[in-house]
Design a protein around this ligand. Structure first.
Ligand SMILES: [Ca+2]
Ligand SMILES: [Ca+2]
Length: 863
């Protein structure tokens, strides 16, 4: 087939392609497939990242950079994020980051997770996508390109550049937000878009999963069987939607109704190409390139961690199938009706449902209409966008399968758009093959081609690569106070961690780190902790990962999904998750640890089956805590320092009393005790909440649980943190100290935070992170040198569920409340010097300074 059309193709220039992707596992297959095609036919110009779906922007963008580096394609532009907003009057500012569906997009990157909450956050969800099950860091080489704050090209910028440069074809394999925003703000550039290929939706699809076996008894209740959609986390509300469309139904509507020719590869077609066991086995036998290996590793881990034994009937080729179908249609350009090698096509008249009837009923669910006088985007009062919009999981209006948001419904007349639809995957033309789909064969063939293949992976890149675990020599040392550090991986927490690792072990014995991914960073960021520990020669310190939801915020019916009531305050973009997840672009300068998050798991810990390396599994926070408690000599105690939301510590108190009784003291960095009305808290983006401090607000119920425990608590509240948040002063001290790798890294991070604060309004809150270091310094510091003084208060933390109050602290009189020790004074200069001097100390300094140093070591022979 290809041969027959080559003549036609050679007369034209290569197709320029822009790929918009949410960097899910399947998207990696799609991207690598495109990269392997003949470049004189297909010229991938840019990858733009969809930031409101299955991955978090900071992790997604660096994974894309690394894949392109492995494939020798650093020439391909990568766009992610942006800080632009949409004003109330409908004006779309430049560089909208696409972190939110258009209906929720205001002026900023924080906001509610209306649709995104249908996506699991931890294992089996974003955590596994952000890390590609752990293979991203174990397999992909790391090139020079990476995310850097304010220098990273935005998705909109890249779209404008590439689309204005000439005719282009756009592939959308995530939610449609980026491309819809582009089309709405650049109508004059539509003419350059030759065609749009979208993976998403389900038109006449019938979900093949969740069905009762033919011979089953009458007690079997079919689940999603026969539904149009695939939102497996909430079929009862919306059985019609497919994830990509559901991610932003209004955006999908804009793209499909743009007037540009659209080809859809919906569930209708992808449901007919489930990963078969034969395909899986063939793939296992055919891994002749690094890219094939990378894809197979992910696919195998997806199978090995699948929640039931139905993987081969529930996991499909989605986005990768789009790559095949789209490029095959493009090669056959002289043939009408989208004829191609891999899928049967049909024209259908469709639309995308964005709201539910009755239209015009203002019930508080639709931000486009509720309380709005002048409608934006030319919307009409009783139009198709004016009905009830699904508000989230288990929306009462939707229960009983009433909602169709995101459904690509067939319609008659003007409301529909004639779209070419892939309806089913074609069988393999070679009837003797064990692969039953034509695309299976081609996919393996393309991925295994030696032409345009990856040059190396992370370990083969270096002739002298070797994995080293660093452990300190503790022989003959009398170890100091037992400390467990609980952090949410905000920037200051890493500086605090450096400090704790520099205090002589005779004074502080850091036993373990617990991670609360309920604050400033996403769970996958745990790898930065591993890398930092590696740098400091402390691969012996265990790291436990806590729950991904604040207390009572996970869904009662299906706990991998849940609400974002509190962490919606954290911006998704600049100054928020994007920066935390990359440590403001600096994480990649840390040496790479042999330890990292991995989806490896074992039956012993509740997994459905053992993976190949269950011994590597990421321990949970509670396990690590338990092992710390069990390792204590009788009578010894442990101090907990918390630098984030109190989710983990609350879990400890809610479990067996034996696990909390060895706690000597809890040092809490956080909480705000207001002394007068103008003494405000720091909960950004939630204007109604004036007096809370973020660590308390992010999990108020956990905070209340901990304060009500009656344990020995020392509070390092916001007002004292604010006294020590002068970047200039701390940097001055750091410039005077010895240049250990850790002092240099701290200097680099702090000066970057300072510079960002000075240059861009989105970075105004940077001093929050400076105050965070205080807890670590207090814990180990010299009380008289630091001029520390404490008061005692009777206080209570509010956890009422009322947004304006939650996380607030009230003072109580003598007889009520919990007695808490509160840090009231510290000498700022002494504090800055203590921190700087400790980081500059020669003892307990880094054993390997940076990734650069690691590269050098691996590039030359060892002695
Ligand atoms: Ca995708
Ligand atoms: Ca923190």
């Amino acid at each position: 087939m290809i041969g027959a059309n080559i003549c036609a193709v050679e007369e034209r220039r290569p197709y320029r392609i822009l790929l918009d992707t949410d960097v899910d596992t399947d998207d990696l297959f799609a991207l690598l497939y495109i990269l392997k095609l003949n470049r004189s036919y297909f010229d991938l110009q840019a990858v733009t990242i969809n930031t409101n779906a299955w991955t978090d922007a900071g992790h997604a963008v660096n994974q894309v950079y690394d894949i392109l580096y492995m494939m020798g394609r650093d020439d391909i532009s990568v766009g992610v994020g942006g800080e632009g907003g949409i004003l109330d009057d409908g004006t779309i500012l430049a560089n909208v980051g696409g972190y939110h569906p258009i209906i929720e997009q205001g002026n900023g990157t924080s906001g509610y997770c209306r649709y995104r909450q249908a996506i699991p956050v931890g294992s089996g969800g974003k955590l596994d996508r952000d890390t590609n099950y752990g293979f991203r860091k174990s397999f992909l080489p790391q090139g020079r390109r990476k995310y850097t704050p304010l220098r990273q090209p935005t998705a909109q910028q890249v779209m404008v550049d590439k689309i204005s440069a000439g005719p282009i074809t756009v592939f959308v394999i995530g939610a449609n937000t980026n491309f819809a925003v582009f089309l709405m703000s650049n109508p004059h550039l539509k003419k350059n878009v030759e065609h749009i290929y979208i993976m998403g939706g389900g038109v006449r699809s019938k979900n093949p999963t969740g069905c009762c076996p033919e011979n089953s008894n009458s007690s079997c209740q079919p689940q999603q069987c026969g539904d149009r959609g695939n939102i497996f986390t909430d079929y009862t509300s919306n059985p019609y939607a497919e994830f990509n469309m559901f991610g932003d139904p209004f955006a999908a509507y804009q793209v499909i109704h743009s007037g540009i020719p659209v080809t859809l590869v919906p569930l209708d077609a992808t449901n007919t190409i489930p990963i078969s066991s034969n395909f899986f086995e063939e793939f296992e036998k055919n891994q002749n390139t690094y890219e094939a290996q990378y894809c197979f590793k992910a696919l195998k881990m997806a199978r090995d961690t699948w929640f039931d034994d139905q993987f081969f009937t529930s996991y499909f080729m989605w986005d990768s199938f789009l790559s095949g179908v789209a490029t095959s249609i493009m090669l056959n350009e002289n043939i009408v009706d989208g004829e191609n090698e891999f899928a049967e096509m049909e024209y259908m008249n469709i639309t995308v449902i964005t709201s539910n009837e009755p239209y015009g009923a203002s019930d508080g669910s639709n931000p486009f209409f509720d309380g709005i006088k002048k409608l934006k985007f030319g919307l009409m009062r009783n139009g198709v966008h004016s009905g009830h919009v699904q508000t989230g999981l288990r929306d009462p209006f939707c229960i009983g399968k009433n909602c169709k948001d995101g459904y690509t419904e067939e319609v008659k007349g003007r409301e529909g758009v004639r779209v070419l639809v892939a309806v089913r995957a074609k069988p393999n033309r070679d009837r003797n093959s064990v692969l039953n789909r034509e695309y299976f064969r081609r996919f393996l063939d393309v991925l295994n081609r030696q032409r345009q293949s990856g040059k190396f992976n992370f370990t083969t890149q270096f002739p002298h690569y070797r994995e080293v675990f660093y452990r300190p020599d503790m022989k003959g040392k009398r170890l100091g106070r037992n400390v467990v550090f609980d952090m949410d991986m905000s920037a200051g927490d890493f500086l605090a961690l450096f400090y704790l690792l520099k205090v002589p072990v005779e004074r502080i014995n850091l036993k373990a780190i617990l991670v609360s991914p309920t604050g400033w960073a996403n769970a996958a960021t745990i790898d930065i902790i591993y890398d930092l520990l590696h740098m400091m020669g402390r691969d012996d310190i265990p790291v436990g990962l806590g729950n991904v939801f604040a207390l009572n915020q996970s869904d009662p019916i299906f706990s991998p999904v849940g609400d974002c009531k509190y962490n919606k305050a954290i911006p998704q973009g600049s100054g928020g998750f994007l920066d935390s997840d990359t440590l403001y672009g600096l994480a990649r300068h840390l040496p790479r640890s042999p330890r990292r998050y991995t989806a490896e798991n074992s039956v012993k810990f509740g997994a459905p089956r053992d993976t190949d390396h269950p011994e590597l599994r990421q321990p949970r926070a509670m396990e690590i805590w338990e092992s710390v408690i069990n390792s204590l000599e009788s009578g010894s105690k442990v101090t907990v320092l918390t630098n984030g939301p109190l989710t983990n510590v609350a879990q400890i108190f809610l479990s067996d009393k034996k696990l909390s009784s060895p706690i000597q003291e809890i040092l809490i960095v956080g909480g705000h005790i207001k002394s007068h009305k103008t003494d405000k808290g720091n909960v950004i983006n939630i204007p109604s909440n004036e007096y809370a401090e973020l660590n308390m607000f992010l999990d108020p119920l956990a905070a209340k649980t901990v304060f009500d425990s009656g344990h020995n608590i020392t509070l390092i509240p916001l007002n004292i943190q604010r006294k020590v948040s002068k970047f200039r002063k701390l940097l001055d001290s750091l410039y005077l100290t010895k240049k250990t790798p850790e002092a240099l890294f701290a200097r680099r991070l702090l000066s970057r935070l300072q510079r960002l604060k000075e240059t861009h309004p989105r970075y105004q809150h940077m001093d929050v992170f400076l105050g965070e270091i205080l807890g670590a310094v207090i814990l180990a510091g010299d009380e008289s040198f630091l001029k520390m003084s404490y008061g005692v208060r009777k206080i209570k933390v509010l956890a009422t569920g009322v947004e304006s109050e939650d996380g607030g602290i009230i003072n109580l009189d003598e007889n009520k409340g919990n007695l808490v020790k509160v840090l009231e004074n510290v000498d700022p200069l002494a504090y800055y010097n203590t921190f700087a001097n400790q980081l500059g100390a020669e003892k307990q300094s880094a054993v390997i300074g940076s990734f650069e140093e690691q590269r050098r070591i691996w590039s030359s022979p060892q002695n």
